[in-house]
Unconditional design. Structure first.
Length: 142
């Protein structure tokens, strides 16, 4: 009976050793998998940190671009207002074509009419004093 117990104990011991070896192998495999996953996790953490930095840089550039856009829009608005004011001022100093024609006609009437009337008066006096007929020259305009 003692030998049977020894055999059963040795079988149990062998079974436990096998189970222990399998558990150790399983544990080693889990440890290796865990090491691989930890390495990947570190790589992913580094990539995440890099992406966060890049995101922050891009956000800063976007904000800077928006500020520059606002400055450009303000400057453009100033230029538009300035150019429209200059255009209005230039239009103010450039008379309309019909007004120029009217001004020219008034000036012509102002200058020519007195000269014509004085010339005609001189012709009438010459006709009166010297007997020259007025209808021969056809200079008079009445």
């Amino acid at each position: 009976m003692g030998s049977v117990l020894k055999e059963q104990d040795s079988t149990k011991v062998e079974g436990l050793k096998t189970e222990l070896a399998e558990s150790a192998a399983s544990l080693q495999s889990a440890h290796d998998s865990n090491s691989v996953l930890l390495g990947k996790n570190k790589d992913l953490a580094a990539e995440l940190a890099r992406l966060k930095l890049e995101n922050d840089r891009l956000l800063a550039r976007c904000l800077s671009a928006k500020e520059k856009e606002k400055e450009v829009l303000v400057e453009q608005e100033k230029l538009v207002v300035s150019s429209s004011a200059k255009r209005e001022r230039a239009d103010q100093f450039q008379p309309a074509p019909h007004k120029v024609g009217e001004d020219l006609q008034r000036t012509q009437d102002f200058v020519l009419h007195p000269h014509e009337s004085r010339f005609n008066k001189g012709l009438e006096q010459a006709a009166f004093f010297y007997g020259i007929p007025l209808d021969e020259g056809k200079i008079l305009r009445k």
